[in-house]
Each structure stands twice: as structure tokens, then as C-alpha cells.
Write a protein that binds this ligand. Structure first.
Ligand code: MG
Ligand code: MG
Length: 250
């Protein structure tokens, strides 16, 4: 299936949805502190999104039960919010999606609760720096597989490994569209679709410490690494405009 090329007016609509995601992430970030529960953070985000005449797009998506993915410590992505209060030294991934006027936005951050260890700071920095390094490197006519190569190299050079089996994706009229954007190289990088002006997609490095092999917990959602160690995740929705990738989710 062809990857959609969006008109400027459509890119503006996608920017609005993604701006709301960024505002919601900021609000949740301000509320993260020891003692608050992931379910309380989920409620804060959901109320804020609904008050802007938008819809939390993860709720009900593939039957996900909540509005926000809250991934604590060893959970890397897709954590279901629960009643366990956050503690000093925890790390939590917050992944938020919205639908506004039929257009979708998606972005994620990982943040520390209170003071965190130097090791966890490096783990989080790997996801964040990899994301921005990849966005900077994007040029039209580059293949998506070359982007995957850049993502993987950026993760490895920081001493970590990409989580396998999950990926970034196109976004627009649906929360997940073509293509899949892996954080590692599979197959030859001189094959597959090219990045073109007007495309919109999500880049989301998911970071493991030792083993990239993933495992899904008994709740059928939370994804961890088989190494049992903490992971991190960052994500932006970007649009290709004027020869470069512009971050919409800010
Ligand atoms: Mg996301
Ligand atoms: Mg995503």
C-alpha cells in the first residue's frame, strides 16, 4: 500500500492533533512525583484531552483499556496504568495518542521519578538522543531502512540495544499506518520505500540494556526485555516539509 502524501492543510491538521499530544505530555510530566499512581496520571491526561474536544486514541485501540500507556521501570512500552504509587528512583514511560478532527497524534517520553540513578539517566538519554539524532538526519529520498540503520547505530554507540518486535509507524487518518519503521536493520537497507515530502510518521526508539528480545507479561500488554532490566522509550510524530523532518508533537 502506498504511503500517503499529505497536503499542507492536512499537515496543519496533523500538527494541531500533535500539539495537543505535546501539551498533554507536558501536563503529565509536571504531575509525576513520588506517591502519584499511573491511574491518576491516566485520568489527568484523559480529562485534558476530552476538554479539548479530542479523543484519547489509545483507549479501545486493539482493546487497550486506558488513555495512556504508563511503562514503569522494566516495562518498556504498552504498560497498563495501575494503582501502584510511583516511588523515588522509578522511571516511567508515558505514551499518549489523540484523535482531533479525524487526525491522529502520537508521542512518548520517559522520565525519572524524583532523583534517579546515573545509569537510568543514561538509559533515558539514549532514547531521547537517538530520536533527535535520527530526526536531524532525515532527508527526502532516503529509504526508511536507512533511517532504521541510523536508529540502530545511534542506540548501539551509546552502549544499549534496540527492543525487537516493535517499531515506529506512519500516522494520519489512522493511529497506525504504513510503513513500519524498525529501530534496527532487517534485510538490505537499499530496498523498500523512500521518505518523501509530505509524509508523516512516528519515530520511536525503544531501548534495552543487554538483550533486545521482547517478552509480553501476563496482562497481554506490558512489554519487557528478556534481560529483566529497565528500558526507555521516546517518540515524536514528524512531517517531511521543505526538505527536512519537522517535529509536529511539540
Ligand atoms: Mg506512541
Ligand atoms: Mg507510536
Amino acid at each position: 500500500m502506498a504511503i500517503p502524501i499529505r497536503k499542507p492543510s492536512e499537515l496543519d491538521a496533523l500538527a494541531k492533533a500533535n500539539h495537543l499530544v505535546a501539551q498533554t505530555l507536558q501536563l503529565v510530566r509536571e504531575n509525576i512525583q513520588p506517591g502519584i499512581t499511573p491511574l491518576e496520571l491516566d485520568k489527568i491526561a484523559e480529562d485534558f484531552i476530552l476538554s479539548h474536544d479530542a479523543r484519547p486514541s489509545f483507549k479501545g485501540l486493539y482493546d487497550f483499556p486506558n488513555s495512556v500507556c504508563t511503562s514503569v521501570n522494566d516495562v518498556i512500552i504498552h504498560g497498563i496504568p495501575d494503582n501502584t504509587p510511583l516511588k523515588e528512583g522509578d522511571i516511567i514511560g508515558i505514551d499518549i495518542g489523540v484523535e482531533l478532527d479525524g487526525w491522529y497524534g502520537d508521542s512518548a517520553i520517559t522520565v525519572g521519578v524524583g532523583t534517579i540513578s546515573h545509569e537510568d539517566e543514561k538509559l533515558i538519554a539514549c532514547a531521547k538522543e537517538t530520536l533527535y539524532e535520527a530526526i536531524e538526519a532525515i532527508r527526502p529520498d532516503m529509504r526508511f531502512k536507512e533511517l532504521s540503520e541510523i536508529l540502530e547505530a545511534s542506540i548501539i554507540k551509546r552502549g544499549f540495544v534496540p527492543l525487537r518486535g516493535y517499531c515506529g509507524h506512519g500516522i494520519g487518518r489512522k493511529p497506525h499506518e504504513e510503513p513500519s519503521i524498525l529501530n534496527y536493520v532487517e534485510g538490505k537497507s537499499n530496498q523498500g520505500p523512500k521518505i518523501k515530502e509530505g509524509m508523516v510518521f512516528c519515530i520511536e526508539p525503544m531501548i534495552c540494556q543487554k538483550e533486545g528480545e521482547s517478552h509480553v507479561l501476563e496482562d497481554h500488554w506490558a512489554v519487557v526485555s528478556v534481560d529483566g532490566m529497565r528500558g526507555s522509550h521516546y517518540e515524536h510524530t514528524v512531517a517531511i516539509r521543505d526538505g527536512k523532518a519537522v517535529i509536529l508533537s511539540q
